[in-house]
Design a protein around this ligand. Structure first.
Ligand SMILES: Cc1cc2nc3c(=O)[nH]c(=O)nc-3n(C[C@H](O)[C@H](O)[C@H](O)COP(=O)(O)O)c2cc1C
Length: 529
């Protein structure tokens, strides 16, 4: 199957659309007795406890999201404590809530359905406190499991056509998706979630790394089977989705020469009693895989071509956005405070808050699939329900000009709720952000791999919107949506675009308690569930 056969991504997208008819015709009932275990546990490999007194990312959240290195800022050396900090503030446990069906361990980043399909792997040169190797991160026990010993950065670099950040940086993090954990609830549509859920984790990871003065960057173009083999994945039940390099080559120097990467056959605790496979997911995953160094290099060089400019101006008068806020709270506080808002008060936010969230959503994203960090595969459309200083209606974000084009006037709460799969959260929020992409042009540029890139970028953008909203004292939640109704609502402006993800922002209707640093409190049993 070829990455260039983009019919496969288009068909998948079409078949997994939600509409008010599809959700009524195809209801799905959850088998709670078969709920997947939310942690990956190796039964036959040694675990290394991570330090629990790690530093906290203290940079102002709005600055960390913008990730502008200050001239005075020096990269701090990477060591095991800083690695523990990066892992905790991206994927650590911040809340434990007990339900009749069992506890749910909520994490520092959001996740569709609180199912946490994303696993994190560390590929590192030697750093103080940790020998060079390949490790799996377990947020439950707050430990690393060593999968390989020795410096394997050159092997990871080879799989990325020689990425310099992988080769010279002391640590890279591979994010994977353990598909069944999410497919249990979301079925075939869950392939989109592979990228949303890893993207929001990447948003936390990028901000935490920036807070510590690293220069992180994202890799989507890699030889799938090489990366999967390196971290011991079969590429079916679980597969690598993205790599985040952290930069900051201090300590471990350039990678040791490449070494042989023998297959790993680790024993892993079963996720649940049985697994349902969704062939449409495997089909698109295979068809969006890159299979050789040449294919990766060719893909990366296509990605370096400039992207088309913004869409033509909307019919209405442009609304210039005010300067954004520059100071908020330290990143660690905001990450602990973050949670998805479950009920919004129908109260207004102000236009500076809106401008700040848009700026941080569109902060530079250093990524191999973008020609430069300021580019994006996404456009932001909005429904403004209640923003002081801005009339209610729908808008298109013209990010280069920092302005909004008005598309439709009026009170649109009812339609906002409908578009968000009839969820009240969309109607009650002050602003609903619709992250949209011209799928045909993305696929013609990147092949099926562009499907992964645009969904992942939407996850990062959503994660940044969450953090910016909480930094400003507001609340947020990701939302799913009725695909074609969103396009139709924003047409003719958006007639070529597909909705990729939605985030609602507003004033929470209740006061939530902040999360905590909950480390090392789970002891896994080895049987299923
Ligand atoms: C991409 C994405 C989509 C989401 N979609 C919905 C949704 O449609 N409805 C909803 O109530 N919550 C949605 N959520 C919120 C999750 O349910 C929430 O993140 C999860 O329960 C974990 O809780 P927390 O965010 O409070 O840590 C979404 C979250 C993400 C990241």
């Amino acid at each position: 199957m070829s990455n260039r056969d983009v019919r496969i991504a288009l068909d998948y997208h079409e078949e997994t659309k939600h509409s008010s008819v599809s959700i009524r015709l195809k209801p799905h009932f959850l088998d709670w007795s078969n709920r997947p275990y939310p942690f990956k546990v190796y039964t036959n490999l040694p675990r290394i406890p991570l330090p629990q007194d790690f530093p906290k990312p203290g940079e102002d959240t709005l600055a960390a999201l913008a990730c502008r290195a200050k001239p005075s800022q020096k990269t701090k050396p990477m060591d095991i404590s800083r690695l523990a900090e990066l892992l905790f503030f991206s994927a650590g446990i911040t809340r434990e809530i007990r339900y009749p069906s069992g506890p749910i361990y909520f994490r520092s980043a959001p996740a569709t359905g609180a199912l946490y399909p994303t696993e994190l792997y560390v590929v590192n040169g030697e750093i103080p406190g940790l020998e060079a190797g390949v490790y799996h991160f377990d947020p439950g026990e707050f430990s690393l499991t060593q999968l390989r010993s020795g410096d394997h950065r050159a092997a990871l670099a080879e799989a990325t056509a020689g990425n310099n950040g992988v080769l010279r940086g002391s640590v890279s993090i591979v994010l994977s998706s353990l598909g069944w954990r999410n497919a249990w609830k979301y079925q075939a549509r869950s392939y989109r979630h592979w990228f949303w859920d890893s993207g929001v984790i990447a948003a936390n990871l990028l901000a935490t790394a920036c807070s510590e003065g690293f220069s992180p960057s994202v890799i989507i173009g890699f030889n799938d089977s090489q990366v999967n083999q390196l971290v011991g994945l079969d590429g079916r039940a679980e597969a690598a989705v993205a790599i985040v390099t952290l930069g900051g080559e201090v300590g471990s120097g350039v990678a040791a020469p490449i070494r042989e990467v023998a297959p790993l056959k680790p024993n892993v605790k079963p996720l649940s009693k049985y697994v349902v496979e969704y062939p449409e997911i495997q089909k698109l995953h295979d068809a969006s895989s890159l299979g050789s160094g040449e294919e990766v290099a060719e893909w990366l060089s296509a990605a370096k071509q400039p992207l088309p400019r913004d869409a033509p101006a909307g019919a209405g008068r442009p609304h210039p956005l005010p300067a954004s806020a520059e100071s908020s709270s330290p990143l660690w506080e905001v990450i602990l405070k973050r949670g998805s808002t479950r009920r919004f008060a129908r109260a207004p936010v102000n236009v500076v808050q809106l401008a700040t969230i848009l700026d941080r959503a569109r902060s530079a994203l250093p990524a191999d699939f973008l020609p430069d960090a300021e580019s994006s595969l996404l456009d932001i459309y909005l429904i403004v329900n209640a923003v002081d200083g801005l009339p209610s209606g729908s808008y298109f974000h013209r990010w280069r000009e920092r302005s909004l084009d008005k598309l439709k006037d009026g009170q649109l709460r009812r339609v906002a709720g409908h578009l968000c799969l009839e969820q009240e959260l969309g109607a009650d929020a002050s602003i609903v952000f619709f992250l949209m992409s011209d799928l045909n042009s993305v696929l013609s540029r990147y092949g099926n791999r562009g499907y992964r890139a645009s969904q992942f970028e939407a996850g990062v953008m959503a994660g940044r919107i969450y953090l910016a909203a909480y930094a400003l004292g507001l609340g947020a939640t990701g939302l799913t949506f009725y695909d074609d109704d969103v396009t139709e609502f924003f047409s003719p402006h958006a007639k070529e675009k597909s909705c990729v993800l939605v985030v609602a922002v507003g004033v929470p209707a209740y006061k939530a308690r902040p999360g905590k640093i909950l480390v090392g409190r789970i002891k896994h049993t080895m049987s299923a569930n």
